[in-house]
Design a protein around this ligand. Structure first.
Ligand SMILES: [Zn+2]
Length: 128
């Protein structure tokens, strides 16, 4: 059974001018078993691609080891990822544009984000 744990996390967006605004992000938490399953799935996918590229002449000398290495890297990344952030929404404190924010794959605070509208660097942090 999968016990998918998600929570809504409010955050603050700070820009150069104006008052910080509030936003919300959905955080998905993985327990040990889910992390291992995700890691193995990722490894299987990339190693599967590596097997397919064996049949591409010449290019396989580069592709096969690359995909094997990438699969291994993904494996350890996923194994260590306990929290993933999705559906981050906030309002830019500088230009006032309400938008979906592009976050790093692994949830961490504070983290820098860029406004899609005015392209200014904003800082995402937790409300104290
Ligand atoms: Zn903006």
């Amino acid at each position: 059974m999968t016990s998918e744990a998600t929570r809504i996390q409010p955050f603050l967006l700070t820009g150069y001018h104006g008052k910080p605004t509030q936003g919300k992000v959905t955080i998905q938490t993985f327990d040990r078993e889910q992390r291992i399953r995700r890691a193995v799935t990722g490894l299987g996918k990339w190693w599967g691609v590596a097997v397919v590229t064996v049949f591409i002449p010449v290019a396989h000398f580069v592709l096969v080891p690359s995909f094997l290495a990438y699969g291994g890297w993904q494996f350890f990344q996923r194994l260590g990822t306990t929290e993933v952030a999705t559906d981050a929404r906030g309002t830019c404190p500088d230009c006032g544009a309400d938008q979906v924010l592009e976050l790093a794959a692994r949830w961490r605070v504070p983290q820098p984000v860029t406004c899609r509208q005015c392209h200014r660097g904003l800082r995402l942090s937790l409300p104290s």
